[in-house]
Ligand binder design. Structure first.
Ligand SMILES: C[S@@+](CC[C@H](N)C(=O)[O-])C[C@H]1O[C@@H](n2cnc3c(N)ncnc32)[C@H](O)[C@@H]1O
Length: 408
């Protein structure tokens, strides 16, 4: 196979090296912006090639040694070997590039929201193979054994230290969640959970669950983790979504609610509402708020959360947004925070039909967000965009967009 040389000029959306060979884009399996590499072609099409880096001929000036001993192989993160400024720039530019066709001269842009780059994750999923604990490797489903993770909170790392001393055979996945006051919820999934593991770990956690066939069984402690946002307390269950970065989450929620500019007479619809975090924050500023979410456990907790915080002007419906939105009318402010795949086409069409004055779209995938906003452009304009580094050291970025109705 022919060996070729190129300079890495960008990253792909999933954080891999990207270069150019004459008129073709070359997608590589690794590399840092600025590296000069020797690569071989694995696949060639009319406009692009896929290649494998064989050698880094001249390392980029942005490269530095990774502080993580597992970085070379571990698939847990992507950018621990490159200067943060380069990555921040790349994340900002990615948002601009993707959304620029939608924005106009009047669109305001906020600066990237940025907090701690390490020890920020409050939720991790570890794999277990033959009793060994780790993450999958960057390129295969082979396990990379780890004893710590620099992205996870320190208390989660303490649990990892305890777990690796145990006989983990029979387990498949381990989920560790941590709340704002550093309590731990541990979820063990596998064929066999030995009493020895349970005895060794239960005093270190506030909640211990077994997961089997997608069902959760409480083995020890409390059934939920307590979360707190501002003055509102939330119960979080093992099967419910919660943002993985507390500091950035608080800023995003504040921004989303501020941009909706909620008034006493407003009616707020919160689509994909999880345990009702933004629904309850927003409800305090408006006449009423309705949350829709398809995880039953999350909806039950959202209702409990409303009751326990005495926020009475809220209601929640369990089900798929695309199935339920037809029955909804008369909401003038809408929040949407869908999963990575974005909104179902039916949901977007129904929003065009409902015609709320303002929609705040929070997304963890700017590609699907752009696709959805392109359709909403029929009646809306983008007034504000801001990116947030919810997932430092990974290629992911959160984006918050405010769109306002211009046509009816
Ligand atoms: C990115 S999370 C946002 C949750 C919440 N807004 C928050 O900040 O905690 C997306 C949520 O949408 C839910 N979800 C995914 N697809 C859905 C659908 N088709 N209908 C309703 N809820 C859905 C997930 O269970 C998850 O709770």
């Amino acid at each position: 196979m022919e060996k070729l040389e190129l300079e890495i000029i960008d990253y792909t959306h999933d954080g891999l090296g990207l270069g150019r060979d004459q008129n073709k884009v070359v997608f590589l399996d690794e590399g840092v912006i600025g590296d000069k590499v020797i690569y071989e072609t694995l696949k060639e099409k009319k406009s692009f090639k896929r290649g494998r880096v064989l050698e880094i001929k001249k390392p980029s000036v942005f490269r530095h040694p990774s502080p993580c001993p597992y970085f070379e192989n571990c698939g847990g993160c992507s950018f621990l070997n490159v200067g943060e400024k380069v990555i921040n720039n790349w994340k900002e530019k990615r948002i601009e590039k993707i959304l620029s066709s939608l924005a106009d001269d009047t669109t305001k842009k906020g600066k990237l929201i940025k907090e701690n780059s390490l020890y920020y994750r409050n939720n991790i999923q570890l794999k277990v193979q033959n009793g060994q604990l780790g993450y999958y490797s960057k390129k295969t489903n082979k396990l990379v054994k780890i004893e710590k993770c620099l992205l996870a909170k320190k208390e989660i790392n303490e649990i990892i230290t305890l777990l690796i001393k145990q006989d983990l055979r029979g387990l498949k996945n381990i989920y560790i969640r941590q709340n704002y006051k550093n309590d731990i919820m541990l979820i063990l999934e596998g064929e066999k959970i030995s009493n020895k593991i349970i005895a060794s770990i239960c005093e270190k956690v506030i909640s211990l669950y077994e997961k089997k066939n997608n069902e959760f069984k409480l083995i020890y402690g409390k059934s939920y983790l307590e979360e707190k946002i501002g003055e509102i307390k939330f119960k979080l269950g093992p099967g419910s979504f919660f943002q993985i970065n507390h500091q950035v989450m608080n800023k995003i929620y504040e921004l989303a609610i501020e941009k909706l500019d909620l008034k006493k007479e407003d009616k707020l619809l919160d689509l994909y509402c999880g345990i009702g975090t933004m629904t309850l924050i927003g409800a305090q500023k408006c006449k009423e708020a309705l949350g829709i979410e398809y995880v039953e456990e999350a909806v039950c907790l959202a209702r409990e959360n409303a009751e326990e915080n005495k926020i009475e002007n809220t209601s929640f419906i369990a089900g798929k947004v695309e199935d339920l939105l037809n029955k909804i009318k008369d909401f003038n402010k809408v929040l949407v925070d869908p999963p990575r795949k974005g909104m179902d086409r039916k949901v977007i069409e129904k929003l065009l039909d409902l015609q709320p004055e303002k929609i705040v779209y929070v997304s963890c995938n700017v590609d699907t967000q752009k696709r959805d906003l392109e359709i909403l452009k029929e009646k809306y304009k983008i007034s504000y965009i801001q990116a947030a580094d919810m997932f430092p050291m990974t290629p992911h970025v959160e984006c918050i967009a405010l769109i306002q109705r211009v046509k009816s």
